[in-house]
Design a protein around this ligand. Structure first.
Ligand code: BT5
Length: 281
């Protein structure tokens, strides 16, 4: 089933996605069982969360080529510019997952994007928990949001934003981390539909194997800043240590100077390399 919104694209940017082709290839193992597309949306996550409230099914996919109120974590903004980027959100029913391992879903999004770019010859690193970096620059961001009914998890929305073409990201002075787009990294024009399908295929494959050691191994193998000194937390409370790994629940494990281990769950914490380690690395 495909639903289309009538909202038009801002600017005169050409539509990136070939909807006919997308429709023909979906669903992929249940992913994209319902496709909701609009050239422009406020936020695909916002739309998907609203759908989840009205009992949308697992696998429902919401796609836009521009967002006017794209969301990052902790109230930050994510920019998706018409004809330059891609934004999509997948409704997931994590009924069979332990609540403690819900953080794996953020990793699922990041691993799927890094798989898709690897198939194009680009090695991505995952800055825990939710960024995909190429050459230390942010190519994509993942935002997982949950809908609760009391203590019961009704469903999750896995939102992914990717910079496809030059000009996708806002100016550097508005960024925490330098940005990059897929086309600049590859040096040739990217097929947006093919790329989206590759991410969806990877999401479907890893969703089926989320609780396996394979998934954790791949996530860890692509982890940015591994073995380096990092600092994590917020302005009030910062912890320093050497970044060791992601554990089976998707939590980040740091080793302190005294050798003790500290575990952080996917939340509102901010991870960055320490300045002296940046200079060294
Ligand atoms: C993220 O948050 O990186 C999560 C981004 C998730 C976006 C997707 S798009 C589909 C779905 N619908 C939504 O509304 N959201 C999701 P965070 O780690 O908090 O990073 C946010 C920061 O990234 C901002 O404060 C900027 O510094 C930076 N940023 C914003 N737009 C960017 C872009 N296009 N490219 C690179 N960096 C960007």
């Amino acid at each position: 089933m495909v639903e289309m919104d009538g909202q038009a694209l801002e600017e005169d940017a050409a539509q990136n996605l070939d909807l006919e082709r997308l429709r023909d290839r979906l669903p992929i193992d249940g992913i994209g069982s319902t496709l909701i597309y609009a050239p422009s949306m406020s936020s695909t996550n916002q739309r998907a969360l609203a759908l989840l409230e009205t009992h949308a099914a697992h696998g429902t996919l919401v796609v836009a080529e521009q967002q006017t109120e794209g969301r990052g974590r902790a109230g930050r903004k994510w920019v998706t510019r018409a004809g330059r980027g891609l934004a999509f959100s997948l409704i997931i029913n994590p009924a069979h997952m332990e609540i403690s391992s819900i953080g794996l879903l953020t990793g699922l999004g990041a691993v799927a994007v890094s798989d898709a770019i690897l198939s194009m010859g680009l090695r991505g690193e995952i800055k825990w928990p939710n960024d995909v970096l190429v050459s230390g620059r942010k190519l994509a961001g993942v935002l997982m949001e949950n809908v609760w009914m009391g203590a019961r998890l009704k469903g999750s929305v896995l939102g992914i934003g990717v910079n496809l073409r030059p000009g996708a990201a806002p100016p550097e002075d508005q960024l925490d981390l330098p940005a990059i787009d897929l086309e600049s990294a590859l040096g040739y024009r990217v097929d947006a539909t093919g790329f989206l399908l590759a991410v969806l295929k990877a999401l479907a494959d890893w969703w089926a194997r989320l609780a396996t050691p394979d998934f954790l191994e791949v996530w860890n193998a692509r982890l940015a800043y591994q073995g380096r000194k990092v600092c994590i937390g917020n302005l009030q409370d910062q912890q320093h240590g050497v970044l060791e790994a992601v554990d089976a629940d998707g939590c980040l494990v740091l080793r302190g100077e005294d050798g003790s281990h500290h575990t952080f769950s996917v939340g509102e914490v901010h991870l960055r390399p320490q300045a002296e380690d940046l200079k060294a690395g």
